[in-house]
Design a protein around this ligand. Sequence first.
Ligand SMILES: *Cc1c(COP(=O)(O)O)cnc(C)c1O
Length: 366
Amino acid sequence: MRDPLLLTPGPLTTSLATKTAMLHDWGSWDHSFNLLTARVRSRLLAIVDGQDEYTCVPLQGSGTFAVEAAIGTLLPRDGKLLCLVNGAYGKRIAQLTEVMGRQVSVLDFGETAPVDPVMVASALERDAAITHVAVVYCETSTGILNPMQAISDVVAAAGKSLIIDAMSAFGALPLSAAQLRFDAVIASGNKCLEGVPGMGFAIVRTAAVAQCAGRAHSLSLDLHAQWRYMEQTGQWRYTPPTHVMAALDVALDQFDAEGGQAARLARYADNCATLIDGLAGLGLRVFLPAEIQAPIIVTVHAPNHPNWDFKRFYDLTKARGVVLYPGKLTVAETFRIGCIGALGPNEMTMALDAIAHALQQMQIDC
Ligand SMILES: *Cc1c(COP(=O)(O)O)cnc(C)c1O
């Protein structure tokens, strides 16, 4: 029997080949595992055309661990981060920076608008103490797409360092070191690369990370130390997520076979269009206007009906093999549907059928 489809933005549905890749054991010292680590690092680097000036530093843990390590390692102790916020993940970057005791200033755009580069430029002009800027590429809490090129241009013009949380964008949305100027891009294996959870990584400018010895607030979340150790020994500091890396290596084979980032974007865009059309047919309204909707995750207004109950809706759709995601907004009652994972048009149609049946069983007429 098949597992339920995860229409959630990570963990997500992985292919059988990716799951099967985990049916082995590797020693952390083993040469074949070290080769695998090196191969995955260089494949991740190539996805963003980072071979010349960047290095890929993988890190154990969920994506947030890698974000926290990147900020803690790159932002000097007397530096100041300008955090561009339009949702929960941007807020999380500000929060983790505060927790580590570094200076952070927040520019908040609410939950429904993309980051405005003009306002970023004036914030940088107003506060000369800012050294780094952090932004989320696709704000997964809604699915909003932020204008990365314009943000990168403004930050570069001000001579500041840009740190991009590209967790839910990496591998699907365009992202190239040839176009954007950044010091770090952070992502994880379990989103658009369609691997399993357990590791994140940062693509960091080699010249920048090389200057960061002793800067981190944490022993285990020190990207410089992880990088140095990996360069010197080919191994991870501390126990590596062996099975997760093996799964990612095979997931990257499928990424290449599909046609790389452009092909993945095309499939996700189809998934997203199928979903949005189908939802409209069911009388459900999507939360974002099309111009700022990334084809990664769709936020949907909950039906305005006395019978609405997300928990019941969730259970009913799950009984039909489809797992949905609760909303994460303060401004409106919503739920979310992921477009990413090893899923195509058939699975989107299956999700729409499950939603239609659930609404019928709940006697909700939209
Ligand atoms: C998934 C995600 C993260 C990391 O979340 P974890 O639960 O720690 O893996 C960070 N930023 C964005 C934009 C994300 O989508």
